[in-house]
Design a protein around this ligand. Structure first.
Ligand SMILES: NC(=O)c1ccc[n+]([C@@H]2O[C@H](COP(=O)([O-])OP(=O)(O)OC[C@H]3O[C@@H](n4cnc5c(N)ncnc54)[C@H](O)[C@@H]3O)[C@@H](O)[C@H]2O)c1
Length: 286
């Protein structure tokens, strides 16, 4: 997120304590930096040591008070020890962003998936949200207008063939978000989610995956003309952490450039909207 786009948001998180999982890359990194620039004290849990070092250096350079722990949030002991560190340092937590998630390269028909893959996908997409939220709740209860933000995916709202198990756990996040929001509403702890469409990150290098000769069609493929950037997610996460969203709980913000609204509609090369198969000269069978 550029400094300019944060104008007006500066100091909106002044003095807040924010914990972000997977803050060493992609969406989590963008959220950590945006929160820091808006005045928060930033705690990051990042399992990759090199990425942890990098985000620590970036936060230091931006003069953001931070704790960056090289920690795996699927490990209950690691989660407990990080929460203990926050308790010792600050005695409370105001913002928890459960950002970690990964399809772990499991891209195949459901019939070919294994129980070991189901367990691994559960651990990295849903179980850590239970671990982190459960361990952090006592500190969130001491926080000021605390806000929990879970990172789901737009695929929780439509099908994604050959990623059935990943999509099941991501869909679970939206159910957990709604139910927990009701449980915690009487304590004024808000629980929301963000659901990104394809976003250019270390995990999803979408533009590298699209052959160059097809890249010009991205502006027709996505209604707003592009895939997401980590800062798109950071903007929504900032809104959900700030008092601007103080009457919003139990909801998910779709960050999708209009993709879900489009449903099966696409624009052809000349910009015409269609829901019919587009037969090009190349695709035409002789
Ligand atoms: N990028 C997309 O297109 C996209 C789309 C929809 C949803 N999402 C969701 O957004 C979130 C972030 O995705 P991203 O693309 O920025 O991912 P990313 O892989 O680029 O970054 C995630 C970071 O989390 C760290 N991490 C992974 N497992 C961890 C663990 N167990 N403990 C601590 N750190 C861990 C990684 O090392 C990495 O630095 C995920 O939940 C993902 O499912 C991403």
């Amino acid at each position: 997120m550029t400094e300019t786009s944060l104008e007006g948001m500066a100091d909106s998180l002044l003095g807040k304590i924010a914990l972000i999982s997977g803050g060493g890359a992609g969406i989590g990194r963008a959220i950590a930096l945006a929160y820091g620039r808006c005045g928060a004290i930033v705690v990051v849990a990042e399992k990759d040591a090199g990425r942890a070092d990098n985000i620590r250096a970036e936060l230091d350079a931006a003069k953001v008070t931070n704790i960056v722990a090289c920690a795996d949030v699927t490990d209950a002991d690691a989660v407990d020890s990080l929460i203990a560190k926050i308790k010792d340092g600050f005695g409370r937590l105001d913002i928890l962003v459960n950002n970690v998630g990964d399809f772990l390269g499991v891209h195949k028909p459901f019939a070919e998936t294994t129980r070991a893959e189901w367990s691994a996908l559960y651990g990295v997409n849903l179980e850590h949200i239970f671990l982190m939220t459960h361990a952090a709740l006592p500190l969130l209860r001491k926080g000021e207008n605390a806000s929990i933000i879970n990172v789901s995916t737009i695929e929780a709202f439509r099908g994604i063939p050959n990623f059935s198990v990943y999509s099941a756990f991501k869909t679970g996040i939206t159910g957990f978000t709604k139910s927990l929001a009701l449980e915690l509403a009487p304590e004024n702890i808000r629980v929301n989610a963000i659901a990104p469409e394809t976003t250019e990150t270390e995990q999803i290098q979408i533009l590298k995956w699209i052959p160059e000769e097809h890249q010009h069609m991205v502006k027709r493929w996505m209604p707003l003309g592009r895939y997401g950037q980590p800062d798109d997610a950071a903007g929504a996460a900032l809104f959900l952490a700030s008092s601007l969203s103080s009457w919003i709980t139990g909801t998910t913000i779709n960050l999708d450039g209009g993709a879900l609204a489009a449903g099966g509609w696409r624009q052809t090369a000349d910009g015409t909207w269609t829901n019919r198969p587009v037969i090009t000269a190349h695709a035409h069978k002789a």
